[in-house]
Design a protein around this ligand. Structure first.
Ligand code: ATP
Length: 261
């Protein structure tokens, strides 16, 4: 089932066409990677989907509802989630308190001052933490966690809103290869189990080719290729953009975990 339909999407900054009329679709239960060299228009595309930037032209439909013109919070309410970094102010809270805060917000009770977050939905928070492999660290302050574990908690927080579509901006940046594989294998499992769609940007090509179901390649604001990892690896236009032609991406021998449907 097609969840997100993007057509003729465009955004300029002054004379720069950051995104220049792109089309793509995203189905439920699918991981779509948006890749491209620096300045290709990936962040601009992301920010238009979540409403932080207003498109100049085109259409972004989620289950038939036009998102362009809606406020970020309205788009979030429609089920478009994003992994945000845990803010400094929340890092002193425990892992589970952070997830409980997110559940409170989802249930519209953030301003219910008489109900502390610690009493809210502990079971549900624990369940989310177990899905990202963090239940045993539930009562530790986030400030004590390893970097890759913080990323897992951020994912649990994003899941608290029960997103239909999750946007992940370089989910494995700053991680070692093993952690990168663990993070993406877990994401893939969540996509399959929950039937959510994930749109992600990523500079680590090993991650992209190992885990994306499909890949869209941007260059200077235009979509130059779209397809399966194998077809993108062999695509002449993509090779030209990344290597100036005559070379291709290495096959990835380090994929640690197979996730099957
Ligand atoms: N707020 C802005 N004001 C002016 N120009 C911008 C703005 N945001 C992006 N741009 C320009 O739009 C183009 C696309 O930028 P964007 O950040 O979307 O690319 P990107 O693919 O995400 O790059 P990177 O991989 O480096 O993050 C670039 O030329 C950039 O300089």
């Amino acid at each position: 089932m097609t969840l997100l339909t993007v057509r003729g999407l465009g955004k300029s900054f002054g004379g720069v066409k950051a995104v220049d009329g792109i089309d793509f679709d995203l189905k439920a239960g699918e991981l779509l990677a948006l890749i491209g060299p620096n300045g290709a228009g990936k962040s601009t595309t992301f920010n238009m989907v979540n409403g932080q930037l207003k498109a100049d032209r085109g259409s972004i439909k989620m289950n038939g509802t036009e998102l362009i013109g809606l406020a970020p919070r309205a788009i979030w309410r429609l089920g478009v989630g994003r992994c945000f970094q845990i803010a400094e102010t929340f890092s002193s809270l425990t892992v589970i308190e952070n997830v409980q805060m997110a559940l409170l917000s989802h249930d519209n009770q953030l301003f219910s001052f008489f109900k502390p977050a610690s009493s809210h939905a502990r079971d549900k928070a624990l369940e989310l933490l177990s899905q990202v492999g963090m239940q045993e660290q539930a009562d530790r302050p986030c400030s004590e966690l390893a970097y890759s574990d913080v990323k897992r908690v951020e994912l649990a927080i994003a899941l608290a809103n029960e997103p239909k579509l999750l946007l992940m901006d370089e989910p494995t940046a700053g991680m070692a290869p093993k952690e990168r594989n663990d993070m993406m294998a877990m994401t893939k499992r969540l996509v399959i189990e929950r039937g959510i769609a994930v749109l992600f940007t990523e500079h680590s090509m090993d991650v992209v080719f190992a885990y994306a179901d499909r890949i869209s390649v941007l260059a200077r604001g235009r979509l130059i290729a779209h397809g399966t990892p194998d077809s993108i690896r062999e695509d002449r236009n993509v090779q030209e953009v990344y290597f100036g032609g005559g070379s291709t991406f290495a096959l990835n021998p380090s994929k640690a975990v197979e996730v099957s449907q």
